[in-house]
Ligand binder design. Structure first.
Ligand code: NAD
Length: 496
């Protein structure tokens, strides 16, 4: 069992999952996992130290050269289809765990987090079975010729470091392709969201994935399990989703051993709303882009540029949208907005709310903490917030806040909109709203971001390349693009 009640304890302990077993840290160290909804203690998490990280990496290495490495691709992919089915069979357990850890509305996790978590295993099993090969007939001086072909081999033991905003979804987005390609993994979920990664260990065991293929170690970043993992000499590659500055720290940690990294990092995404847009669709789409998951979505929008004739009307409509979102318990169907993930994150978001005031913003709505009753008063709530009137140089417009908030600014020309949208060190996603076909393509081609949505937001096809430009990431994952990171290509040249 991943979560058990010790006789002396009132709350469950969440263990590490290493070599197919749930194990406590030899140090006996644990840390608290509290509910973002009401501050309740949800569990004690066993914090992995050097011994556990070492054990997990060794278990992953042994599986690679042992039973997992011996499987044919068809056998491996069958196991991944079984993992997907088993997550769906245990859907409610995953849902409850994800909602408890994050406090997000259950409807959101039901429709996005858990189904996508399962789909990530299925889609990459499909991808690896259908990847085209590479073959060349080569001329040689003796006119006999040679044939060249490339084979893909697993990279080895992959360190997977995941964030807390979409815990199962983002973690399996890496574990799915890593395993499909024949690698083994050591996962370090966020300290804020330890549960679903741990539950996945039970799924792996239940469907017969060999021990050591999937390992989970719990803990923090610097000086804890995260850093220990990235510094471990037995790791062949690191795939990470999280903040840009954490990505920089991980790059330094792997630099001496020259290990490859795949990074999905932060963003300060723009929305561009042209006066010719479908107004209702744009308000609905930008409303989701700003407030979904309490603004804790890397692809979310925190800067909205609206063509001047539409500006006042658009601000008013987005304000109405924000004010319609009622904070509340995840399981309450009327809840439109969950809490932020932690008190620490709330302090950070509120510091930007304060900074906006200092920088002279007009606070269109929100800007503070909502009044919550009873136990909910101990939760990590903030009001959905909209500003106008800030200079583009304000930290509120330049830095990623990761909260339910945005700044709106009018623009006059297409060129100005493109310039404003691109004026950032990030480049993850931009959303364009227009009914003019040529304009949509023209603007999309000029946007410096990994993902450009036209008249939609968060519409994902998992076969497409996903990743960020500039400081929003390194590399692309998704569909066949994931294979570039999770496999190594070897060239075989056969003289005829
Ligand atoms: P974070 O960088 O603080 O933490 C992410 C993970 O890294 C956690 O598991 C953490 O424990 C670990 N970590 C922290 N420091 C480390 C270190 N020095 N060495 C090794 N591991 C370390 O990010 P977060 O707060 O969990 O997530 C929010 C951030 O993630 C935002 O910046 C958001 O934009 C970004 N994000 C990006 C994407 C994307 O696809 N580009 C998706 C989701 C979230």
């Amino acid at each position: 069992m991943s979560q058990v009640l010790m006789p002396s304890q009132k709350v469950a302990t969440i263990f590490n999952f290493i070599g197919g077993e749930f194990v406590a840290a030899t140090s006996g160290k644990t840390f608290d996992k509290r509910s973002p909804v009401d501050g309740r203690l949800l569990g004690l998490v066993s914090e992995a130290g050097e011994a556990e990280v070492d054990r997990a990496v060794n278990a992953a290495r042994a599986a690679l050269t042992g039973p997992w490495g011996a499987l044919e691709m068809a056998e491996r992919t069958e196991l991944l289809y079984a993992v997907a089915s088993e997550i769906n069979r245990r859907f409610d357990a995953f849902l409850q765990a994800e909602v408890a850890d994050t406090g997000k509305p259950a409807s959101l996790a039901r429709h996005i987090d858990i189904p996508r978590g399962a789909a990530n295993f299925k889609i990459f099993a499909d991808v690896v079975k259908n990847v085209p090969g590479e073959f060349f007939r080569t001329d040689t001086p003796d006119r006999q010729g040679a044939i060249n072909y490339a084979i893909r081999v697993p990279k080895g033991v992959i360190a997977v470091i995941a964030p807390w905003n979409l815990p199962l979804l983002l973690m399996t987005w890496k574990v799915g392709p890593a395993l499909a390609c024949g690698n083994t993994v050591v996962v370090k979920p966020s300290e804020e969201t330890p549960s679903t990664a741990t539950l996945l260990g039970e799924v792996m065991t239940a469907v017969g994935v060999p021990k050591g293929v999937y390992n989970v170690i719990h803990g923090f970043g610097p000086g804890s399990a995260g850093e220990l993992l990235t510094r471990h000499p037995g790791i062949d590659a690191v795939t990470f989703t999280g903040e840009t500055r954490t990505g920089a720290a991980i790059m330094k940690a792997v630099a001496d051993r020259v290990r490859p990294v795949s990074f999905e990092l932060g963003g300060k995404n723009a929305g561009i709303v042209f006066a010719d847009c479908d107004f209702d669709a744009a308000v609905e789409g930008m409303g989701r882009a700003v407030f979904a998951n309490c603004g804790q979505v890397c692809l979310g929008t925190e800067r909205v540029y609206v063509e001047r004739p539409l500006f006042e009307r658009f601000v008013a409509a987005l304000k109405a949208k924000a004010e319609s979102l009622k904070p509340g318990r995840p399981e309450d169907a009327k809840t439109g907005l969950g809490p932020l993930i932690s008190q620490e994150h709330r302090t950070k978001v509120l510091s930007y709310y304060e900074q906006a005031r200092k920088d002279g913003a007009t606070v269109v709505t929100g800007g503070g903490i909502p009044k919550m009753e009873g136990e909910l008063a101990r939760g990590c709530w903030v009001e959905p917030t909209i500003w106008t009137g800030l200079p583009e140089s304000s930290a509120v417009v330049r830095e990623e806040i990761f909260g339910p908030c945005c700044h709106l600014r009018p623009f006059d020309t297409e060129e100005e909109a493109v310039r404003l949208a691109n004026d950032t060190r990030y480049g993850l996603a931009t959303t364009i709203w227009t009914t003019k076909l040529a304009r949509a393509h023209r603007v999309a081609a000029k946007i410096e971001a990994g993902i450009i949505w036209v008249n939609c937001w968060f519409l994902r096809d998992l076969r497409t390349p996903f990743g960020g430009s500039k400081q929003s990431g390194i590399g692309r994952e998704g569909g066949v693009h994931s294979l570039e990171f999770y496999t190594e290509l070897r060239n075989v040249c056969v003289k005829l």
